[in-house]
Design a protein around this ligand. Structure first.
Ligand SMILES: [Zn+2]
Length: 128
């Protein structure tokens, strides 16, 4: 699909995202031999970007937010705000999908879709 801006939009669902950490093999070498790649879980393909964001949030939460100090408290607050904002953005994207074909509805779909990485924007002529 192309528009006047010279870009096309592709659905993120059918775009394969090969894992660069393991070059798509699903395994990485360690001192104890090959193990499942931690970035793709051994599949060789990265999950949807929203899943990667949630994995990263959980990693940060596990590593940094358990303490009783001010920094841990700040991180817990920031993670809660991030999740609240992403949930609202997902709902906005869903509402915009049902909002018809007005200019505002189209812009809402593009802005929310790009923020949530729901689709990939590629220059016209370079579609795979
Ligand atoms: Zn991998």
């Amino acid at each position: 699909m192309a528009d006047a801006s010279g870009t096309g939009v592709k659905s993120g669902a059918d775009t394969e995202r090969r894992c660069n950490s393991c070059s798509g093999s699903g395994e990485v070498g360690t001192e104890m031999g090959p193990v499942d790649c931690p970035d793709c879980g051994g599949t060789g393909v990265l999950p949807h970007p929203s899943v990667l964001v949630e994995w990263r949030i959980r990693d940060i939460e596990r590593a940094r937010s358990a303490g009783a100090d001010a920094a841990a408290s700040d991180i817990r607050w920031l993670i809660a705000e991030l999740r609240r904002a992403r949930t609202a953005l997902t709902e906005i994207a869903s509402l915009a999908a049902d909002a018809g074909d007005s200019d505002i509805a189209r812009r809402l779909r593009v802005v929310s879709g790009q923020a949530l990485e729901l689709f990939e924007v590629v220059p016209v002529g370079s579609e795979r």
